[in-house]
Ligand binder design. Structure first.
Ligand code: PMP
Length: 390
């Protein structure tokens, strides 16, 4: 029996994406690759809701590369950056910004919470002027989701760039890049986009590109948007081009994966994702499980970060795996030993059978650990949640 991969990325792939990724790798100037690259650029604008002025970039690398690219293009030594800390990955952003010489101010909340908007506004006013504000849309270590819209508003008011790490969110959570006035939103392929790992994906707005243009010194060559702009523009015009070899197999998969996400429009995909997450939350509650995010409002829809019940520890994970579902352990130091994480983003969120198998595996493992739970009630809660009409 194949194990279902339900960690918060990499994720299970759709048959279409798997097939697209499995063709013999095309050359970077082959007509088929050029078409896939060009279409992927166009589809990213729709998924990001960036409007025509958003500039997508498709680079070979992981999510951390996207974070590096953000810092390398936007921040110069001595610039002030504000980081909204909601978990481990916000702290990684701080570490990366330090490498680029930024003076970082963190605004943090207790684990499971989001800093108050008023506090962020106050820090923006009192400790500025800042160059950019960075926030993690959904932090994978805590499951906490920030609301990017008010943060974009604050950034606009203060004249600073608004940058969001969407690695655990893009295509799984609502994001209106153009409407909200976000300047940069980046992700990685192995999350809610539903591809194998290996692509760093981002859309930069006009202000972000202008900030790169106004730099005194150029960023490292591979990280520099200006190295990649002519190539992306050429591919979009369906012309061959070269700067550094793209991950051609993954670009083939990207064209298909974005096409599947947009099949009924991005809103429909976000809604499916939200419904799957709410149905799972109902099932976890039925099993008596508690969440690391403190309120529903700050709970991301792409993964569940759950606390072990009393008397249960990480030995639950192999018991879940023995039932055919692989989940992940805790990551944030404050809840590393006391929590586990289950990813349900991308194609997985469209598969009620996967979600049911996950609930059954967790319920069965809890029962084996001595917890008094009712697996059938949990499955019923899941199914009634999934049946909620749109
Ligand atoms: N940001 C967030 C929110 C993440 O979840 C991750 C990966 N789990 C990263 C950044 C880093 O991405 P990668 O592991 O692909 O380098």
């Amino acid at each position: 029996m194949a194990t279902l991969l339900m960690i918060p990325g990499p994720v299970e792939l759709s048959p279409g994406v798997l097939a697209a990724a499995s063709v013999p790798p095309p050359g970077h100037t082959s007509p088929r690759l050029i078409e896939a690259f060009g279409r992927s650029i166009e589809r990213m604008r729709e998924v990001w809701r960036s409007g025509p002025s958003g500039q997508p970039f498709i680079l070979a690398g992981s999510g951390t590369l996207a974070m590096e690219v953000a810092a390398a293009n936007l921040v110069e030594p001595g610039d002030k950056a504000l980081v909204v800390v909601t978990g481990y990955f916000s702290e990684r952003m701080t570490a990366i910004l330090h490498r680029y010489g930024a003076e970082v101010t963190e605004v943090a909340a207790p684990v499971g919470e989001v800093p108050a908007t008023g506090e962020i506004r106050e820090v923006l006013q009192r400790k500025g002027p800042f160059k950019a504000l960075f926030a993690t849309h959904v932090d994978t270590s805590t499951g906490v989701r920030v609301d990017p819209e008010p943060l974009c508003r604050l950034a606009r008011e203060a004249g600073v760039l608004a940058v969001f790490d969407g690695v655990c969110a893009t295509a799984g959570e609502r994001f209106d890049m153009a409407d909200w006035g976000a300047d940069l939103y980046f992700t990685a392929s192995q999350k809610a986009i539903g591809l194998p790992p290996g692509l760093a994906l981002m859309v930069a707005g006009e202000r972000a590109l202008a900030a790169r243009g106004a730099r005194k010194a150029a960023p490292p060559l591979y990280l520099d948007w200006e190295s990649w702009l002519p190539i992306h523009r050429a591919y979009e015009e369906r012309k061959p081009s070269y700067f550094a070899t793209p991950a051609t197999s993954l670009v083939m998969a990207l064209e298909t994966g974005l096409g599947e996400i947009l099949e009924n429009g991005i809103e429909a995909r976000i809604e499916t994702q939200g419904r799957a997450a709410a149905a799972l939350r109902a099932a976890w509650k039925t099993l008596g499980l508690r969440f690391v995010p403190r309120t529903e409002e700050v709970t991301g829809n792409t993964l569940s970060v759950l606390l072990f019940p009393d008397g249960v520890d990480a030995s639950l994970l192999p018991q879940i795996a023995a039932r055919g579902v692989t989940v992940a352990g805790g990551l944030h130091p404050a809840v590393k030993a006391t929590s586990f994480r289950l990813g349900h983003m991308g194609y997985t969120a469209t598969r009620p059978d996967y979600l049911r198998k996950a609930v059954e595996a967790v319920a069965g493992a809890l029962q084996e650990s001595g917890a008094r739970v009712d697996p059938e009630a949990a499955v019923a809660a899941l199914e009634s949640g999934l049946a909620v009409p749109a």
